[in-house]
Write a protein that binds this ligand. Structure first.
Ligand SMILES: NC(=O)c1ccc[n+]([C@@H]2O[C@H](COP(=O)([O-])OP(=O)(O)OC[C@H]3O[C@@H](n4cnc5c(N)ncnc54)[C@H](O)[C@@H]3O)[C@@H](O)[C@H]2O)c1
Length: 354
């Protein structure tokens, strides 16, 4: 069966959905576009797409069974509810909503209508993220202790609607939502506390530099850093495991990706050292485990953002569970709300279970 899809919002991201689907997912045909700007509808028409002048016309098109929302963040809640109520399956751009309250409203309607509601967390199919996930799954570096995920830019601040709180602007809901979604997908253990420092360095009405530190069950920590206005790039990923280290410098260039495994030989090193006891200094023999290590090749991954839509097709047809669910997006929004609480309380962290 071929599904017919319409895109609402055809600015920057809308055309990317069209491109990805039309080149890679034959089970979906992008039929048309709705946007509130005529200039954008003209662009869509020039690309050969049907243009819906208003939302009512789109919702009453019985051929359309999937709607993708690629509009600014403050519109997602209302548009998702309207489309679900019209009997459409909905793919919503990230951030799913601006708050957990908004998302609860959408989840109730999705449950009531029985329609699919999923979030376009395409970065779960990024090669760098999938490499980190595979290394952890293969156990090469053992249990992770610290996982650090960073994204940086030299840009000063957030531009356009991304600079305004009323539109759901700010780097936390923009890039932070991707990085947190990846971390929560990677580490299954629940988050037990969130500490954060959030700056509005160059964007008066929205955040543009953020650091979030999460403690998870099972003694694992994760860090998410969004460093705008930074002029020396930190590594995109760094994982310290019980038996090794993984570091991916660039998100896209694998030439600087390194995987080092500790060498498990029984070899030990003995060193004479002074220890200050109650009786005074004593010379003792300290035994250190081997510090040898070996670089390993990184596992190969073959992923594409189109895999997201392939899963959407299978989920609608009941062949597979949806990979990105509203419940997962709710966890991410709960972390963001804990981070905001922490920032307002001087970086304090309160107990939670997310
Ligand atoms: N997943 C990703 O990798 C990724 C990347 C970029 C943007 N996004 C997300 O995509 C969404 C859109 O971002 P963008 O950069 O394309 O923004 P944009 O401003 O370039 O485009 C948004 C479009 O939506 C239209 N629009 C606004 N309100 C509307 C409404 N009520 N009904 C119909 N059309 C409306 C605008 O006219 C505009 O053409 C955001 O939620 C953003 O976070 C996701």
């Amino acid at each position: 069966m071929q599904h017919k899809l319409a895109i609402i919002g055809f600015g920057y991201m809308g055309p990317m959905h069209y491109d990805i689907i039309s080149k890679n997912v034959p089970d979906i045909q992008v039929k048309g576009v709705h946007d509130i700007r005529q200039v954008i509808l003209d662009k869509a028409a020039a690309a050969g797409l049907y243009t819906y002048q208003d939302l009512t016309e789109l919702l009453s098109d019985d051929e359309i069974d999937i709607i993708t929302l690629a509009t600014p963040n403050d519109t997602h809640r209302d548009l998702a509810i309207t489309c679900l109520r019209a009997g459409k399956n909905v793919v919503c751009e990230k951030p799913v909503c601006m708050s957990t309250t908004e998302l609860s409203d959408v989840m109730s309607v999705a449950e009531e209508t029985g329609k699919l509601f999923s979030i376009h967390h395409n970065r779960r199919w990024d090669p760098d993220y999938c490499t980190v996930k595979k290394v952890l799954q293969e156990g090469t570096i053992g249990r992770p202790l610290f996982v650090e995920s960073r994204i940086s830019a030299e840009t000063r601040g957030q531009y356009g609607w991304r600079g305004y709180a009323i539109n759901g602007g700010g780097v936390l809901l923009d890039w932070g939502i991707h990085l947190l979604d990846q971390l929560l997908d990677l580490i299954e253990e629940p988050v037990l506390s969130v500490a954060a420092h959030i700056f509005s360095q160059h964007t008066p009405d929205a955040d543009d530099t953020v650091k979030i530190f999460m403690r998870h069950e099972n003694n694992i920590s994760t860090l998410c850093e969004l460093a705008w206005s930074t002029f020396i790039k930190p590594p995109r990923w760094r994982v310290n495991g019980e038996h090794g280290t993984l570091q991916l410098d660039s998100p896209v260039d694998p030439s600087g990706w390194q995987l080092i495994q500790a060498d498990f030989s029984d070899e030990t090193k003995q060193v004479e050292s002074i220890v200050y006891t109650k009786r005074g200094p004593e010379t003792r023999t300290c035994v250190f485990p081997s510090t040898a290590s070996r670089p390993l090749p990184l596992p190969q991954v073959s992923v594409s953002w189109a895999d997201y839509y392939r899963n959407i097709v299978d989920a609608i047809e009941g062949k597979e569970a949806p990979r990105v669910t509203a419940a997962q997006a709710m966890r991410v929004l709960r972390v963001i709300e804990e981070a905001r609480w922490s920032n307002e309380h001087g970086g304090a962290a309160r107990a939670c279970h997310i």
